[in-house]
Design a protein around this ligand. Structure first.
Ligand code: CA
Ligand code: CA
Length: 474
């Protein structure tokens, strides 16, 4: 009978979820091996909407609703919310799935908001609830982008009260323009596709300066008609494109000549785009741990990944996280700095738990410093900051066996608490064999005298062990 009950329970249990490749890239599994899963660190996933939540839970990609907490600051659409363009969205659900993949023991608190007012109320609620880590993968395109805007101040306030705020730097590397517009206006060419919905924002630093952004469409008579313009929030409403030729005009209407940043939610700026300074807000906040994007397979930052400096000259992002991952098999290839941010928030929960377990300080500044210290340095520091986020910073252990004789079969076995990437065998400086995974066996021909054998073993988090041995044959 017990067997039958067990069988019934197993067949009605949710299917096992898929785990993001970014988990292994960061070496989160090395923490799991020590029993660290984030159980001591609740994580708030703050987003605009959590569509598809029930389906995700049913698929085993999120815990049951009874073991999560939810809170909505969208009075119209509730937790389901709407995205920046007013559409239905599953964005928050994807982000929660990633945090859950990285830190499966962390209690998830799903919080959504509709706009700036809702964002500020959500931040206050998160701080009052004592949640130590926030994953926020969104940007607002109305500036300033110098860390002094309303959202940035809310984030700074949360950080000052003990919250590690992890924020996407944004996907605006090719959707950002910077220039000094005159009172007559400066044109920014755009080529939207029919069916696309556009939205834009702009920002500047400096008291007394005012600027406006116009969205214009070409008329049949060759003149330009205004379709939309930025409002006091320094954003345009969404504009649906039904064909035709379009352009933007950015115009300074008051104050000194200062650089103005223009951001686009969807259409790219092509050759007119400026990658530098493409961090929107609140990724610009001093109190934000801002995250750029690198494919989990590589080390080069994605072209779209926003990079600093901020309008006031500070470097951002602070680090990068893995992206283009699958955290739910129905949605392969979740991309952008969004996915990277959720990975880093999950990693923060694991690292905080480790610090608690070892009696180390677990406050926001100690935690932030350790996350940055553990990052794997990459090229292009302007786009990658301290480097690729990782949990595992321990090198693999390597066992190398070289039997006697002139033509021995050399055996290598690497062990690691994380996941092994590859082992490589060199003889007298030449690569003899490279194998994915932890083991390698290779017959080698030894020459008279001294032979140098070298093994390199690398885990997926990029920690490399090098073992060298000299063998002499006569
Ligand atoms: Ca998953
Ligand atoms: Ca390792």
């Amino acid at each position: 009978m017990a067997g039958a009950v067990l069988l019934a329970a197993a067949s009605s249990a949710p299917a096992l979820g898929v785990v993001s490749q970014g988990v292994f890239r960061m070496g989160a599994d090395a923490s799991w091996a020590r029993g660290i899963t984030g159980a001591a660190t609740p994580v708030a996933v703050l987003d605009q909407g959590f569509g598809g939540l029930a389906e995700s839970i049913a698929a085993g990609e999120l815990p049951p609703l009874s073991s999560m907490e939810t809170r909505s600051f969208d009075p119209v659409h509730g937790l389901e919310g709407r995205d920046n363009l007013g559409g239905r969205t599953q964005h928050g659900t994807r982000m929660a799935e990633i945090v859950h993949d990285v830190a499966p023991g962390a209690r998830l608190v799903l919080v959504n908001y509709d706009d700036i007012g809702g964002f500020v109320r959500a931040v206050e609620w998160i701080v009052a609830s004592g949640i130590p880590v926030v994953s926020h993968s969104n940007s607002i395109l109305g500036g300033p982008f110098d860390g002094s805007g309303v959202l940035a101040q809310a984030v700074n306030g949360a950080a000052a009260r003990g919250v590690l705020w992890v924020n996407s730097s944004g996907n605006f590397g090719e959707r950002h323009w910077r220039g000094v517009p005159g009172p007559a206006g400066t044109e920014i060419p755009i080529s939207p596709r029919p069916g696309e919905t556009m939205a834009f924002g702009l920002g500047w630093s400096g008291a007394g300066v005012e600027a406006v952004l116009l969205v214009q469409r070409l008329r049949g008579d060759g003149s330009w008609a205004e379709v939309a313009r930025s409002d006091r929030s320094r954003r345009t409403p969404p504009v649906a494109v039904d064909g035709g030729a379009w352009r933007l005009v950015v115009m300074r209407t008051a104050g000194a000549e200062v650089p103005v940043d223009v951001f686009s939610r969807t259409v790219g700026f092509g050759a007119a785009a400026t990658a530098d300074g493409s961090v929107a807000t609140p990724g610009d906040a001093l109190g934000s741990l801002s995250v750029g994007a690198v494919s989990w397979r590589g080390t080069a930052p994605e072209r779209y990944s926003s990079r600093g400096p901020t309008q006031d000259g500070r470097p951002k992002p602070d680090l990068v996280g893995p992206t283009y991952v699958t955290s739910n098999r129905l949605f392969p290839g979740t991309a952008g700095t969004s996915a990277s941010t959720a990975h880093v928030a999950g990693a923060a929960a694991l690292i905080r738990d480790e610090r608690i377990a070892t009696g180390a300080r677990s406050d926001v500044w100690a935690l932030r410093a350790e996350i940055l210290r553990r990052a794997k340095r990459l090229d292009d520091r302007a786009a990658t900051g301290a480097g690729m986020a990782r949990v595992d910073v321990v090198r693999p252990r390597v066992r190398l066996v070289v039997p006697s004789g002139r033509r021995p079969v050399v055996r290598v076995r690497a062990t690691d608490a994380g996941t092994m990437a590859a082992v490589e065998l060199r003889l007298n400086g030449r690569v003899m064999r490279t194998r994915p995974g932890p083991t390698l066996a290779q017959r080698i021909w030894l020459r008279d005298g001294r032979n140098r054998i070298e093994v390199r073993a690398r885990d997926l988090a990029g920690n490399e062990a090098v073992v060298r041995r000299t063998v002499t044959r006569r």
